[in-house]
Design a protein around this ligand. Structure first.
Ligand code: ACO
Length: 355
C-alpha cells in the first residue's frame, strides 16, 4: 500500500509539470525561468487561466478591481484578527467570502492578496489599508502590508516571488483544492481548503524556520561548526532537500536572482549566501550521494525578509501566489465532473459474530 500516494497519478493537468530529475518546472508550456522576473504576476495568471476563465484580457485591471471588491467584504472583519497569527487570520478572512459572489476566480486571487496584507497587520494590532485598484498586484500587497510606499525593485521582488510559487504540480494543497472542487463545492471553498493544507510545517509553513536557523548560526565563522553539529544531532538543515527534486529546485535559482536584483544588498543577504555554500558542503560530507540541494524555502526566506515581511507573513504570501494555481486546478477538476473518492483499507476491529 502506498500511504503517501508517492508516484500515484490522481489527475490530468495542462497547468504545470515538475521534473524532479532535471530540476525543471514547466508552467503551461513555459519553463519557470522564462516567466519569473520577466512576466508580471497578472500576466502569468492570465496565461495560467487561459481557456479556463473567461475575460482575462486585462488581468491587471481585473485583479485591481477584485482587490477593491474583496476589501469591501473583508475590512469589517479587521477587529477579529487581533490575537490570531497571520495565517489564521487569512483563513478566517477567506472563509468569510460568500459563495453567492460572481467572478470567483479573480475575487479569490484579489481576496488572497488583501487578506494576506490585512492578516499580517491584524496580528500586530494594526488596522487594514485600502487597496489601490490601479497598482500592480505585488506592489499593492506590499503597500497594504506596510502602509508605506514601495520601491520599484521591491515590487518586482515580490512579483517574482508570486510568479515563482503560482503552481507546482499536484502538491498537497493543490490536491486538497482539487478534492474539494470534485464535490462541486465551489472555487472559494477549494481555496480555503488549499490554504488549510498549505499552512502545515511539512508544506508551506516551512520558510520561517530558515530564518530561525540563520539567526541561530549568527556569523559566517560559526556556520560550518553549527551546521555540522546540527547534522550530527540528526537535525535537518532548513531550506535544503525536497521530495521530488533530486537536483537544485529551479525556484531557488529564480528567487536567488530576485534577491540579487534588490538595491542596497544587506550584509544579511551576503551572510545567507555564505551559509548556503557551507550547508551544501556539509550536506555532501554528511550525506554523500543523497543529492540534497537548496529548495525554494531558503531563498523565499531571504527575499521576503529583505522586503521587510515579518516571518509569520511568509506563508500568507505563499498562499497569495498559489491561490491563482488552486483556482485553475479547481476549475480544471470541476470540468472532469467526477468526485475524487479513493478507498481505505480497514484495519480496525470487526463486530463480534452472533453466537
Ligand atoms: N538536512 C539534513 N538531512 C536531510 C535533509 C536536510 N534538509 N533533507 C533530507 N535529509 C536526509 C534525511 O535525513 C535522509 O537521510 P537518512 O536516509 O540517512 O535518514 C535523507 O536525506 C533522505 O531524506 P527523506 O526523508 O527521504 O527526504 P524526504 O523526501 O522525505 O523529505 C523534505 C523532503 C521534507 C523537504 C526534507 O528534505 C526536509 O525535511 N528538509 C528540511 C525542511 C525544508 O526545507 N522544508 C521545505 C521543503 S520545500 C517545500 O516543500 C515547499
Amino acid at each position: 500500500m502506498n500511504i503517501g500516494l508517492d508516484d500515484v497519478v490522481a489527475a490530468e493537468t495542462a497547468l504545470s509539470h515538475v521534473d524532479g530529475e532535471a530540476g525543471r518546472l514547466i508552467i503551461r508550456g513555459n519553463d519557470l525561468e522564462e516567466l519569473a522576473g520577466r512576466a508580471s504576476f497578472e500576466d502569468v495568471v492570465a496565461m495560467l487561466w487561459s481557456g479556463l476563465v473567461p475575460d482575462v484580457a486585462d488581468p491587471r485591471a481585473l485583479l485591481g478591481k477584485a482587490r477593491v471588491r474583496a476589501y469591501r467584504h473583508l475590512a469589517p472583519l479587521a477587529d477579529r484578527l487581533n490575537g490570531l497569527t497571520p495565517v489564521e487570520g487569512m483563513r478566517l478572512l477567506l472563509a468569510s467570502l460568500p459563495d453567492a459572489e460572481q467572478d470567483h476566480p479573480a475575487l479569490a486571487v484579489g481576496a488572497a492578496g488583501v487578506a494576506a496584507a490585512m492578516a499580517v497587520r491584524g496580528a500586530q494590532g494594526l488596522s487594514p489599508v485600502e487597496p489601490d485598484a490601479k497598482a500592480g498586484h505585488a506592489a499593492d500587497i506590499l503597500r497594504m502590508m506596510r502602509d508605506a510606499p514601495v520601491a520599484a525593485d521591491e515590487a518586482q521582488g515580490l512579483d517574482t516571488y508570486l510568479v515563482t510559487v503560482i503552481d507546482h504540480g499536484l502538491n498537497a494543497s493543490t490536491f486538497t483544492a482539487r478534492v474539494v472542487a470534485s464535490t462541486q463545492a465551489g472555487i472559494l471553498s477549494s481555496v480555503v481548503a488549499g490554504l488549510c493544507a498549505l499552512k502545515g510545517p511539512l508544506h508551506g509553513g516551512a520558510p520561517g524556520p530558515v530564518l530561525d536557523m540563520l539567526d541561530s548560526i549568527g556569523s559566517v565563522e560559526n556556520a560550518e561548526a553549527w551546521l555540522d553539529d546540527a547534522m550530527a544531532r540528526g537535525e535537518r538543515l532548513m531550506g535544503f532537500g525536497h521530495r521530488i527534486y533530486r537536483v537544485r529546485d529551479p525556484r531557488a535559482d529564480v528567487l536567488m536572482a530576485a534577491v540579487g536584483r534588490l538595491k542596497g544588498r544587506s550584509d544579511r543577504i551576503a551572510f545567507a549566501e555564505a551559509v548556503e555554500v557551507t550547508a551544501l558542503k556539509v550536506l555532501e560530507r554528511r550525506k554523500p550521494g543523497r543529492r540534497l540541494d537548496t529548495n525554494v524555502e531558503f531563498y523565499t526566506a531571504i527575499l521576503l525578509d529583505a522586503l521587510g515581511v515579518p516571518r509569520e507573513g511568509f506563508t500568507p504570501l505563499f498562499a497569495a501566489g498559489r491561490t491563482a494555481g488552486w483556482v485553475a486546478h479547481a476549475i480544471e477538476q470541476e470540468k472532469v465532473g467526477r468526485i475524487i473518492r479513493p478507498q481505505s483499507r480497514y484495519v480496525g476491529a470487526w463486530p463480534a459474530e452472533a453466537a
